[in-house]
Every structure is written in C-alpha cells, then in structure tokens.
Design a protein around this ligand. Structure first.
Ligand code: SAH
Length: 352
C-alpha cells in the first residue's frame, strides 16, 4: 500500500532517476499543496503525463461521502482506503472544524481500532488495519486545500479520529514530521490523543518534537475505567498517571484529559472528587464533552445541566475544566459515527 504521500523526497527521487533534484522538489511541493500531478504546470507536459499515470503517485483516499454542518464550519469526509487483503476496502473519517481565529482538522490513524472502548463507535467495529503515513498526511492535505479554498488557513491537527495513534506510532510520527517539516505546522499545534498506551506515552516523551498530549481518561477510578476502557486493565490509572507526569516533566507541554460525560455513570460527584487531585497534580486541562450516543452502547450523554454541574464541581476543586461543544452532531461527526451510519453507501455529498 503506497500512495502519493508515502514517498519522502528520496523515494520520489527514486521514482524519477532521470530528473534533476529541483524537479523532485517541485513535484513534492505541488503534491503537498493538494495539486494533482497532471496539474503541476511548472513541470514539462510529458513529465506531468508520466507522473499522472504512476501508481505510486495515486491518492490513497477515495471519497465516499462529504457532509457539512454548523453552517459550513464543520466538514466531514468519509474515505475508502485500499483493503489489506481480500475483504471490502476499509473506511475512515476526517473532520475539518473552523473556529473563530483557528482551523483544526481531526484525522484518523487506523481503520477501525483494537482498543474496544465500550461507548466508541470505532471501538465497536474492531481493528482493520493501520493507516500508512501517506494516508494520514493526505487527510491533512485535503482538509488544508478545502480550508484554503474558503479563505482559511489550517493551523492545527488533532489525532482524534478513528484509531489509536500510539498503537501506530511509527507511521503517525513520520506523518507528524511531514506536517511539521514540510507543511510548517508547529509542534504546539499538533495534538496526539491516546486511550492510555503507557509505553507509547514514554516514547512520545522522548521524541524529537514536543507535541501536545491528550489522554482519554473518562473515569478516575479503576473499576469504572475498566468498564469503559478495556486497556485500563493492562495500564491501571496509577501507571497511566505516572507516565503522564513523566511526559509533562520531560516535554514541558500541557497535558489535557478528555472526558465524555455519560449520564449517571461518570458525571457523579464521586468521579469529580477522584479526578480533581489527579488533574491538579499534573496541571492538566480537562475537556468535557457529552457522550454522543452510539448503536452498541445503551447510554445517553449527560444533560447540559449535568455537564455544567460536573464542570463547576471540578472548578471548585481547583481544576481547569472546560466544556467542549459537540461539533457536527447532525452529520455524525464523532469518532466512527459517520461510517457507522453510512454502512455500504455510494458517493454522496450532503449539505446541512
Ligand atoms: N484512540 C484515541 C483517539 C481517538 S478517539 C483516544 O482514545 O484518545 C478521540 C476521542 O473521542 C477520545 O477522547 C474518545 O474517547 C472520544 N470518543 C469516542 N467515542 C465517543 C462518543 N461516542 N462520544 C464522545 N466522545 C467519544
């Protein structure tokens, strides 16, 4: 599985042994701007025609569905990627979000996910395959082109789409380097979100770019966390919190905790009381978001009043906590949900 962004400069040079290095640079630059090989008019026409035919330079993502919501401020894509074996091609999602003053893309790192978090639509699917570096980069390039066409500059990338980025860290890290080195996105505008893969957190702490780390905590006691996040049995909260502390100490980056509020489950005063000392100790920011209901998990998100009450309790306990708006709920813009609702559908464009 090789697509146009899987080849680095050396790989592209290998494809074009007869071309001078500046041609290879022009090609790479053009592709990263979101242009098709056949449209690179700074290259000679015969070369363009040759490039357009090369299978290594084909896109890795095929559009299945595009949907816009929030008056165009949220755009979500469902893509098909090459299948690993004989099965149907897996599908992955990308979401572009415009906020006042900033534009963020949420990318997938795997097709499916092996982490099996009970409330997560992707977790309910199971694992299909790792995305390649090129497939990850292409999500950002496509989103960036869309943003630019609307007069916005894409400045932030969050690895909060489908998959567990720290279970695919080699490819994710190569993609991080392309985004940073070639697309000029600074490390402080790159965020990797993990369910709590402790060895991966330690690898990130030792890595050569200080990206932001978000940890999907969702519960502050092991009994409840193990129900929501099966990986908790392998890496209990004590070990996870220690890894977070090492990360913060080594990188000096801010840590955030993600907390999807589930009515009557993790929105209780007991959970707030258990979370507060952990968050204070790590100076972590807590992002609260009401659970988006998924087909395989019979629970509802906390009511707006319960969300505010949980936030207020954390703030009273000295924690930095904010409520995040659900983005694109009407287009299923939550982890794995567009894909779940679009099972086996043809290409469609919807605007709401
Ligand atoms: N595997 C990584 C990144 C992908 S999930 C991780 O777990 O962090 C991105 C975020 O969406 C995580 O915080 C995840 O817990 C959350 N999420 C998944 N399903 C959700 C749902 N149904 N409602 C709200 N948040 C959800």
């Amino acid at each position: 599985m090789v697509s146009r962004f899987d080849l680095d400069a050396g790989g592209l040079a290998g494809l074009l042994p007869d071309e001078p290095p500046y041609r290879v640079r022009q090609l790479r630059h053009g592709l990263l701007q979101g242009r098709e090989p056949g449209e690179l008019t700074d290259l000679p026409k015969p070369l363009r025609a040759r490039l357009a035919e090369m299978h290594e330079l084909q896109p890795g993502l095929r559009l299945v569905h595009e949907a816009a919501a929030d008056g165009g401020d949220t755009v979500k894509w469902l893509w098909e990627v090459a299948s690993a074996g004989s099965g149907a091609p897996p599908r992955v999602e990308t979401v572009l979000m415009h906020y006042p003053g900033r534009t963020t893309v949420c990318v997938s790192s795997q097709a499916g996910c092996a982490m099996a978090c009970s409330f997560c639509a992707t977790g309910q699917l199971g694992f299909e395959r790792h995305l390649t570096t090129g497939e990850i980069v292409e999500q950002v390039v496509r989103a960036s082109s869309t943003a630019a066409a609307g007069g916005r500059r894409l400045g932030n990338v969050v690895f909060m789409g489908m998959g567990e980025p720290l279970a695919n860290l080699d490819r994710v890290w190569q993609a991080v380097h392309v985004l940073h080195d070639d697309l000029g996105i600074s490390a402080r505008h790159l965020t990797i979100s993990t369910v709590g893969v402790v060895p991966g957190i330690d690898r990130l702490a030792a890595a050569d770019l200080p990206v932001n780390l978000a940890v999907s905590l969702h519960a502050a006691t092991d009994d409840l966390r193990d129900e929501l996040v099966p990986l908790g049995k392998r890496y209990p909260l004590g070990e996870l919190v220690e890894a977070c502390a090492r990360y913060v100490q080594t990188t000096r980056r801010r840590l955030s905790f993600e907390w999807a509020l589930i009515a009557g489950t993790n929105d209780t005063p007991q959970q707030a009381a258990a979370l507060a000392p952990i968050a204070r100790e790590l100076r972590a920011h807590v992002n609260l978001i009401p659970l988006n209901p998924t087909p395989g998990y019979p629970a509802t998100g906390s009511s707006p009043a319960a969300v505010r009450a949980f936030r207020d309790r954390l703030v009273q306990l000295g924690v930095n906590a904010t409520i995040r708006r659900n983005r694109g709920t009407d287009i299923d813009a939550a982890c794995g949900q567009l894909r779940a609702s679009m099972a086996a559908s043809p290409v469609q464009i919807s605007r709401r």
